[in-house]
Write a protein that binds this ligand. Structure first.
Ligand code: ARG
Length: 291
């Protein structure tokens, strides 16, 4: 009989646990049936290295099953042959109040994904808004409480931030990313309390991914934020998905796991090493649908 190790298996109950509440999430995912790395649009990608599509699918299945076990409603979009990055569903758009703001991708390799995701939103009854400006969906837009944190610098243009503010009626806070390894906002910030309108939502972030101006904003808005180590960020540990209590993270992000436990969250580690070869992790594979 193997003993259950509290640090890796189940969260040790702490007084703070009562403050954390799991909430049901509804998400969209895309099975990586056609995943491979044949072009390089971020520093993680190396077309010279082999990829194992069936391993990517098996690892992705674990994430999918984890969400089902947590009681999430998981929708699937059909993958398209020739669009190897389509597995990173977070980039497919940004959905709020049943409005789906479409993505307009930076690089030609991914541009056909924009209409593919918009078609899916339309078929599912979302109010689809065609984007006028370059943006990569929830990769760069994160809803925290009542505001949307918005990344720029590598992918989404800042004029898309204004466009989303007008469409959503939410305040959009621009944050400039400065490290090419953390080129989407969801690689540098994790939303820990995702419930819309949460009165006191917290985040985790990697300070060195931001310029001074952005850091000042983050420090002022989130004085209690978890600051993750460079080591954890370099396995895309921040690229995680929380329901307010359970936080699905990269299994290798050990210090982040420790900090989450300390704050009364329940970290659940998964291994997406194959999808890391494309520069994505847990959150990249997950697009939140807010009806
Ligand atoms: N290879 C993809 C790209 O560079 C990875 C996207 C990761 N997605 C994310 N939401 N961070 O566009």
């Amino acid at each position: 009989m193997s003993a259950i190790h509290p640090a890796t298996a189940v969260a040790t109950p702490t007084r703070r646990d009562n403050e954390r509440k799991a909430s049901k999430r509804t998400v969209l995912m895309c099975r990586p049936d056609f995943f491979t790395v044949v072009y390089r649009i971020n520093p993680w990608m190396n077309p010279q290295l082999p990829t194992d599509t069936s391993l990517a699918v098996r690892q992705w299945e674990v994430l999918y099953q984890t969400y089902l076990d947590l009681g999430f409603e998981v929708h699937l979009i059909d993958p398209i042959d020739g669009l190897p990055d389509m597995v990173y569903a977070a980039n497919g758009g940004f959905v709020i109040d049943n409005i789906a703001y479409g993505a307009s991708f930076t690089y030609p390799e991914r541009q056909p994904e924009g209409p593919a995701y918009m078609d899916w939103f339309g078929e599912e009854g979302f109010d689809v808004r065609m984007p006028k400006n370059v943006n990569e969906g929830e990769g760069d837009f994160l809803l925290v409480g009542d505001v949307i944190l918005a990344g720029t610098g590598f992918r989404s243009h800042s004029n898309s931030h204004e466009e989303l503010a007008a469409i959503s009626g939410r305040k959009v806070v621009t944050l400039e990313l400065v490290n090419p390894n953390f080129y989407h906002l969801d690689t540098a910030i994790a939303v820990l309390d995702p419930q819309p309108g949460h009165p006191n939502p917290n985040i985790a972030y990697l300070p060195s991914a931001f310029n001074e101006e952005g850091l000042a904003i983050l420090r002022a808005r989130f004085p209690d934020a978890i600051l993750v180590t460079e080591e954890d960020a370099s396995v895309l540990g921040l690229n995680s998905f929380s329901d307010g209590y359970n936080v699905v993270i990269a299994a290798r992000a050990k210090d982040f796991e420790r900090q989450l436990l300390e704050r009364g969250y329940n970290p659940i580690g998964v291994d997406l090493s194959e999808l890391l070869l494309g520069g994505g992790g847990v959150k990249c594979c997950t697009l939140e649908l807010r009806r």
